[in-house]
Design a binder for this molecule. Structure first.
Ligand code: HH2
Length: 309
């Protein structure tokens, strides 16, 4: 129970807790955990009970933290299997880096990288998401067995994407990005970063619905590091609970990102502890899915943090 004068309580908190007025004081009771059932072809992802760990599989030569490590399909598969053993419930397969300054990859090349890996994982009944913003790549990935679309452009990168996702009936992760990867880190500015992302989410939820994507299939992601300064990223994480008011589950990808390196003075291969702190904080403030590279460590963090909610 939280007690305090009404002026101390932010509107977003009031919406989430039933309250009783008691002589000028608010008495706030936490609500039971929110449960979301997110359907995908052939199954349902239940979110809100225990945190879902999404393991990152970058089949790219140039990703910011593991570029080139998994470009060979056999190595990629072995790595995906070990992430599943270590606790990943989703494997997020990507064939194009979106790191700051990166250049787009032709669709045919992206398809060549991701499809064989997705086919093998799907045959092993692994739940796969495809990290792409190109409709042609998404369609090939759905045919190969991917059940979730993870689009860092939130359906704005390719006009054919919304329809491709709606037709396939996949679950969809829609991420906020300000600008484009090539230029997004050049001095990003916001009036209020959380308010602007909330407005963006409201608009893309409407657009997705108009395109025929049911609301219950959508997971939202504020896009840590995508057109944000280190301070913006910290503020998003401090105020993550404000996104819960939209009534959709939240995914978050802080893993090994540069704001952690900046805060701690650590290089990309030495950010596991910093990532752990961000994952725990995000879970306590409402994250349902955590997108991570270090699956063994972050599965422990998630399980332990779930017990502390
Ligand atoms: N971050 C990256 C890529 N895809 N998808 C979602 N939903 N959320 C994220 O935060 C996110 C994402 C960037 O990380 P990574 O894939 O490791 O690097 P790269 O883009 O260089 O391949």
């Amino acid at each position: 129970m939280i007690k305090g004068a009404s002026r101390d309580v932010k509107p977003s908190k009031i919406q989430r807790f039933p309250l009783i007025l008691d002589s000028g004081f608010l008495i706030l009771y936490p609500m039971p955990p929110r449960l979301h059932r997110v359907p995908y072809p052939g199954g349902t992802l239940v979110l809100g009970r225990s945190t879902v760990v999404m393991g990152v599989l970058n089949v790219t030569p140039d990703s910011f933290s593991d570029g080139g490590d998994w470009i060979d399909p056999d190595r990629a598969l072995r790595h995906a299997r070990s992430m599943v053993r270590e606790g990943a419930r989703i494997i997020d397969v990507g064939g194009e880096s979106t790191r700051p300054g990166s250049r787009p990859v032709p669709a045919a090349e992206e398809i060549r990288r991701v499809v064989p890996v997705i086919e093998s994982l799907a045959a092993e009944k692994v739940l796969v998401s495809i990290d792409t913003s190109k409709a042609a790549v998404a369609r090939a990935a759905f045919r190969a067995g991917a059940k979730i679309l993870n689009d860092v452009t939130a359906l704005r990168g390719d006009p054919a994407m919304a329809r491709a996702a709606a037709r396939a009936g996949v679950a969809v992760i829609l991420m906020h990005m300000k600008g484009r990867p090539r230029t997004m880190q050049r001095n990003p500015e916001y009036r209020d970063v959380v308010e602007e992302i909330l407005e963006f989410f409201r608009e893309i939820l409407r657009n997705a619905w108009r395109a025929g994507i049911e609301r219950d299939k959508i997971i939202l992601d504020p896009g840590i590091g995508f057109g944000k300064s280190p301070e913006h990223n910290l503020e998003i994480l401090r105020r993550l609970d404000e996104f819960c008011d939209l009534g959709r589950p939240l995914a978050i990808g802080t893993s090994r990102k540069s704001f952690i390196g900046r805060a701690l003075g650590r290089r990309v291969d030495n950010r596991v502890s910093g990532t752990a702190a961000t994952v725990a904080a995000a879970i306590l403030r409402g994250a349902d899915v955590v997108r991570v590279h270090d699956v063994r460590e972050m599965s422990d963090v998630a399980r332990m943090t779930d017990l502390l909610k």
